[in-house]
Write a protein that binds this ligand. Structure first.
Ligand code: IFM
Length: 457
């Protein structure tokens, strides 16, 4: 399966492991690719605002143009279909469809997503929609953003509006992408929008995100929505740097902050006691009924996996000096067995519905040579992680699908356009798309899967 030689066909060695209905996909998000930041009535999002803050983005860039996906929709849909994927995971820009986050809806914005969804279906690709991939309408931030409980109600209305318009056509709706990132990077460290630095606010934001997720799922179900409903978390196994009690204790706490703080409420209806007591006065205000709402059953859990974390009480473990592994351009250690470990743990410790790897991929430095990008590092990364999913399935984990992050190079948040995760290269001057070797490999791998499925029947 990890045959990376372009000239040889990829052997479908996993055709017996991945069932015929296993969903293979590619993923993107609205702000990172669409551009058209103020076209056709779109309102500003918190990321439009954040990008204007001096020093916020490494290359001082923004999302005004990005990959011009808004203007190049049809060609991009052809490109997606050409990869042979089953599904495309994309997000809706809330301020494109409801510019102020409340009040009037914006028909041209809705029409764009209608074309996207219909275009996918016409090409035989399943639409997997995410409601919130971080681009909150700025108008809602102006009245407190996710720290304001009223935003929970606005989100439920937004979810209902999208489901009413597109619900019948969608295979899957994700409420939030990576609530930990929104809460902690956006409100505690402040390195992401909206750029606040207050842990108490961050934890209230995390609670409101989880609450809005649960209430939206309830509302969509009550409205008869047929799409599968779930949430996507960024997770990583945490390993202690040494066997010392201090490192191990710290690892348990960090695991609680990243994983258990989200997975326990979703599947056990409570926050973990050890983390709650560590947060002390910063713990969020939780009202009667909130935890029951958060634990509303879901149809799938999405896992975004990139690497493990190694934790030392003193903060002294550094990937560059301590790891013998390959490291991506983000400085993240390539650690595929961590994905198996994580999926198996979720399966064993929680009553989880089918799991999807909703994002997985690597940023590597790419060189375009004669219209080709020989990204053996990225290809290897993806192949190793698909093998890690297969290993989890062999241990009994119920897996629904796997999606590469990302379809194409795009705006990598605080890193701007300097980091490239795409299996398709984007020349930001000409907007030319070039399939990298990893895209060709993925296409061949999927074709081999399909023929494996066909011949197995
Ligand atoms: O680009 C991001 C994506 O938006 C969310 N998950 C992680 C990716 C890589 O950093």
């Amino acid at each position: 399966m990890t045959d990376l030689n372009d000239s040889k066909p990829v052997e479908p060695q996993n055709a017996d492991i991945f069932p015929a209905d296993f969903v293979w996909g590619v993923a993107t998000s609205a702000f990172q690719i669409e551009g058209a930041a103020s076209a056709d009535g779109k309102g500003p999002s918190i990321w439009d605002t954040f990008c204007r803050q001096a020093g916020a983005i490494a290359d001082a860039s923004h999302g005004d143009i990005a990959c011009e996906h808004y203007q190049r929709l049809d060609a991009d849909l052809d490109m997606i279909a050409g990869l042979g994927v089953d599904a495309y995971r994309f997000s809706v820009s809330w301020p494109r469809v409801r510019p102020s986050g409340s009040g009037a809806w914006n028909e041209p914005g809705l029409a764009f997503y209608e074309r996207l969804i219909d275009g996918l279906i016409a090409r035989g690709v399943k639409p997997y929609l995410t409601l919130n991939h971080w681009d909150l309408p700025q108008a809602l931030q102006d009245v407190g953003g996710w720290a304001n409980r009223a935003t929970v109600d606005r989100f439920v209305e937004y979810a209902q509006g999208i489901a009413a318009r597109f619900g019948d056509k969608l295979v899957s709706i994700t409420t939030h992408n990576e609530p930990w990132v929104i809460a902690m990077l956006g409100h505690e460290s402040g390195i992401f929008a909206p750029g606040l630095k207050d842990r108490k606010i961050a934890l209230q934001v995390a609670h409101h995100l989880l609450l809005s997720h649960g209430l939206a799922v309830r509302a969509l179900r009550a409205g008869g929505c047929k799409a599968k409903l779930g949430i996507v978390l960024n997770l990583a196994p945490m390993h202690p740097a040494t066997d010392s009690p201090a490192d191990r204790t710290r690892t348990t706490l960090e695991d609680g902050r990243l994983l258990r703080w989200y997975v326990d409420p979703l599947f056990k209806g409570r926050y973990p006691d050890d983390v709650l007591s560590d947060y002390g006065h910063d713990a969020p205000l939780v009202l009667d009924g909130d935890m029951e709402a958060i634990a509303t059953p879901i149809d799938f859990l999405g896992v975004n996996y990139y690497s493990r974390s190694v934790v030392s009480a003193s903060g002294s473990w550094d990937v560059k000096t301590n790891s013998t592994r390959e490291v991506t351009d983000m400085g993240w250690e390539v650690y595929p067995e961590g994905l198996t470990e994580l999926l198996v743990r979720l399966h064993r410790d929680y009553r989880v519905p089918p799991l999807f790897v909703t994002e997985n991929g690597g940023a590597f430095k790419d060189i375009v040579e004669n219209g080709q990008v020989h990204d053996a590092d990225r290809t290897r990364y993806i192949a190793q992680h698909i093998a890690a999913v297969a290993a989890a399935m062999r241990e009994g984990v119920r897996m629904g699908g796997y999606m590469v992050w990302s379809l194409m190079d795009n705006f990598e948040w605080a890193s701007g356009y300097e980091k490239r995760f795409g299996i398709v290269h984007v020349d930001y001057t000409t907007q030319q798309r070039t399939l990298k070797d990893s895209a060709h490999w993925y296409r061949r791998f999927l074709a081999a899967q399909t023929s494996g499925r066909t011949s197995a029947r």
